[in-house]
Design a protein around this ligand. Structure first.
Ligand SMILES: Cc1cc2nc3c(=O)[nH]c(=O)nc-3n(C[C@H](O)[C@H](O)[C@H](O)COP(=O)(O)OP(=O)(O)OC[C@H]3O[C@@H](n4cnc5c(N)ncnc54)[C@H](O)[C@@H]3O)c2cc1C
Length: 317
């Protein structure tokens, strides 16, 4: 395995390690480093970040960090916070929706629990005229996430899902979801998956991403109201989507680009200046550790960046 692949695997493994989590979250330099990717630990900080993004003509989606909760009480807490975020967005009149994880709503404890918590959030969002995106987690959850999404989608139209281009199954999933006119965010995929179910190499993942974008950005799918989200920081994927949009005369309001908070702000600005719709995924909360590890796994160069800053801090203090 190339060095990058080894590092990626190591960070994904660390993301689920309790001991490493406890150590990292008490270590001030890693807390500061994580701040590059998260808007803060409190809702007030997150709302302030969204306000700034909106002033820059960027839409946002707020993600309260929390996954794989271990008790119904924790799932209820995650659900309550999600409803509170929707209320705060409405109160502050922000251009922002929310992204949630089904394991935050108790999927590990049972599908019924997760679905009933999801319904609570979707009802609140519907009353407030807002939208809820279900993030996609590791492959152990793919089928259950899609099944629960479809169940909820039959009752609520203000819900969307995420499909990961690295999974072999995604071509069939995208065809199915696009035929139904459901809202899909397309991303490459952030977890470590075995080669039996996922493309191991970047080149194949990229080729599949383009293929899946072709389906989502097809006029018949768009006419069914899919309003796809092209979520990537990869200039080649962005160029591919732009070329499709031009060749097929797709109105710019029919889809959006999405990027993560703190990543490729140069590209973010460029898309806005060119008139595209851009939504920034803004994570916040105290449970930032697994999210932070996945961002390090995506780009081991981030580790160099953090080490450089640690060195700077230690030599100036
Ligand atoms: C809005 C949004 C929502 C997402 N939701 C999900 C989800 O629900 N489920 C899921 O599995 N994944 C999700 N992801 C993560 C996604 O799957 C990828 O892991 C991540 O976006 C990196 O892939 P990339 O398309 O940017 O391409 P890559 O080929 O990984 O990166 C392309 C370029 O982007 C920049 N870049 C990418 N990542 C980083 C980073 N961490 N730090 C600094 N620069 C970076 C670098 O310049 C890199 O060369 C989401 C991503 C986005 C943008």
């Amino acid at each position: 395995m190339p060095a990058d692949g080894l590092l990626r695997a190591a960070f994904i493994k660390l993301s689920t390690n309790g001991w490493a989590r406890a150590a990292a979250t008490k270590f001030p330099p890693s807390v500061r480093a994580a701040r590059r990717f998260i808007a803060g630990e409190s809702l007030a900080e997150a709302l302030s970040a969204v306000r700034t993004l909106n002033q820059e003509r960027k839409k946002a989606t707020l993600d309260y960090l929390g996954e794989n909760v271990a008790s119904p009480d924790e799932a209820a807490h995650y659900t309550q916070i999600s409803v509170g975020i929707l209320e705060a967005i409405a109160r502050e009149k922000l251009d922002c929706n929310i992204s949630v994880k089904l394991t935050g709503m108790g999927l590990d404890l049972g599908e019924e629990l997760a679905l009933s918590n999801l319904r609570r959030v979707l009802s609140a969002a519907r009353e407030l005229d807002n939208f809820v995106r279900i993030d996609m987690e590791g492959s152990a959850y793919t089928k259950r996430t899609i099944d629960l999404f479809e169940k909820a989608r039959r009752e609520f139209s203000n819900i969307g899902i995420v499909i990961q281009a690295y999974l072999y199954r995604s071509a069939a999933d995208i065809e199915h979801l696009a035929a139904l006119g459901y809202a899909v965010r397309l991303c490459k995929g952030a977890y470590k998956e075995p080669p039996e179910i996922a493309f191991p190499g970047k080149r194949d993942v990229d080729a599949n991403y383009k293929k899946l974008a072709d389906v989502l950005l097809a006029p018949p799918a768009l006419a069914r109201g899919t309003r796809p989200a092209v979520a990537t920081h990869d200039p080649a994927m962005i160029a591919h989507a732009k070329a499709l949009v031009r060749a097929r005369n797709i109105p710019l309001e029919a889809f959006e680009f999405q990027m993560l908070y703190g990543i490729r702000r140069d590209l973010q600005k460029q898309l806005i200046d060119e008139g595209y719709t851009l939504r920034i995924y803004v994570p916040f909360g105290e449970a930032w550790y697994p999210y932070f590890m996945r961002r390090l796994a995506e780009r081991p160069a981030n580790v160099g960046f953090i080490l450089k800053n640690l060195w700077k801090e230690s030599s100036t203090s």
